[in-house]
Design a protein. Structure first.
Length: 411
């Protein structure tokens, strides 16, 4: 292999952009319009024609506001698009202010990078500047740019997704950091980009707005946490042979470790929890006669304990007769609660049906926890919520949860 310039930063060619809105110029004044489906724009008509063939829509000539060159645009029929996160860090986020001459400010929240000074918006409007000032006042705007590969599109290069949403900025950053942190920066991760409608009530007013979300595709949260996510694969077009040297069959990934149902059983303290675990195990197709017998015995013991007729320490010897270990116990290993909570929330998202949105999951959590939002959830609460989802005890907002059937559990 040839040499490379060590100090040269390499990046994929930008083929086009994925947008969530456009400007309506049919009236007397330009009017911004939010779209519920993806809009693809590019300098190449070929790319937009390919996008229209895949996701629907009509290709048209389009000129962005300002001095930009004429391009092509297609307003697709697709609210969700399959994509791949490329190697490296595909995400860039800044507070930015633009003028006719270009970018006037670019800040990371503490330092304005173009002038190498402290945040100018904080100086002008205080720490809560984003609540009292906006772009019309000369303040910066939160900007998130994500580079993705579209596996169904022609050519090699990246497509840029740009959004100014606070919710998108927070959620996309969390998803990218979790995926790249678990799988490594060199991984190519299959994802799905979705324009998701959201509703927010503030000051007695209901606001509806779209949010760009980034979800995992073709894998589970458990595979991500164990580092066993399938490699992103792109099928060859019909009628074309695979590339020279390509393997006849993809390499098999090691199977995810089997769940230790008995270990989970020992952590349960009520008969109802045992019944929920039984249903979960049966639905997973992993129930055996030995497991069923162990769960029944454990449920009986927990029921006796609830009635006060069973004492777990009845057969224990007095403390004086118990053997002692002079070796001090090792110090507990600190647990990153934030990372654990993020991982559990990703598992909750993966456990819900395909027709659920992130907003549906947030509302379902709030309904089950007295109006509290997942932002304030602990690992213990999310663990219980995840078990309830898998047991079919959490209904989509607006629907009634299925009644628990005692006939399915033989105890």
């Amino acid at each position: 292999m040839g040499s490379r310039i060590i100090t040269l930063q390499r990046q994929a060619r930008e083929l086009g952009r994925l947008r969530t809105g456009y400007t309506d110029t049919s009236g007397t004044r330009p009017r911004p319009v939010r779209s519920t489906t993806w809009i693809a724009t590019s300098h190449s008509a070929e790319y937009c024609e390919a996008a229209a063939g895949i996701w629907g829509g009509t290709v048209e000539k389009w000129k962005p506001l300002g001095a930009g060159a004429e391009q092509y645009r297609v307003i697709t029929d697709a609210p969700a698009i399959d994509a791949i996160l490329p190697p490296g860090d595909p995400l860039a986020q800044y507070y930015e202010a633009w003028s006719r001459s270009g970018c006037a400010r670019r800040c990371d929240g503490e330092t304005e990078l173009l002038s190498d000074s402290s945040c100018l918006c904080v100086q002008d409007w205080g720490q809560d500047w984003h609540k009292v000032a906006g772009p019309r006042d000369g303040a910066c705007q939160m900007t998130t740019r994500l580079g993705v590969i579209l596996p169904d599109m022609p050519d090699m290069g990246a497509w840029r997704v740009e959004t100014h949403s606070y919710y998108s900025a927070s959620e996309i950053a969390a998803a990218v950091d979790l995926l790249k942190g678990q799988l490594g920066t060199a991984a190519m991760v299959p994802v799905r980009l979705r324009i998701e409608p959201r509703t927010r009530v503030s000051g007695g007013k209901t606001k509806q707005f779209p949010v760009v979300t980034l979800g995992l595709r073709g894998a589970t949260a458990g595979q991500v946490m164990s580092g066993q996510i399938p490699t992103a694969e792109v099928a060859a077009p019909a009628g074309q042979a695979p590339a020279v040297g390509a393997a006849d069959t993809p390499a098999e990934l090691p199977a995810a470790p089997a769940r230790d149902w008995l270990a989970d059983l020992q952590q349960l303290t009520t008969a109802d929890e045992v019944r929920a675990l039984y249903r979960e195990c049966a639905q997973a197709g992993q129930m055996t006669a030995d497991l069923s017998h162990a769960m029944k015995e454990h449920a009986d013991l927990m029921a006796q304990a609830a009635r006060g007729s069973y004492r777990p320490d009845a057969d224990r010897r007095p403390e004086a007769e118990m053997p002692t270990d002079e070796t001090p116990a090792p110090a507990p290993v600190p647990v990153d609660e934030g990372a654990q909570v993020d991982g559990l929330w990703m598992q909750c998202m993966s456990a819900t049906p395909d027709d659920w949105s992130t907003q549906d999951l947030v509302e379902a959590y709030a309904a089950r926890h007295g109006g509290e939002l997942p932002d304030d959830a602990t690992a213990a609460l999310l663990t219980g919520f995840l078990k309830a989802i898998k047991a079919g005890q959490v209904a989509k907002p607006g629907e009634q949860a299925p009644a628990e059937s005692g006939d399915a559990v033989p105890f």
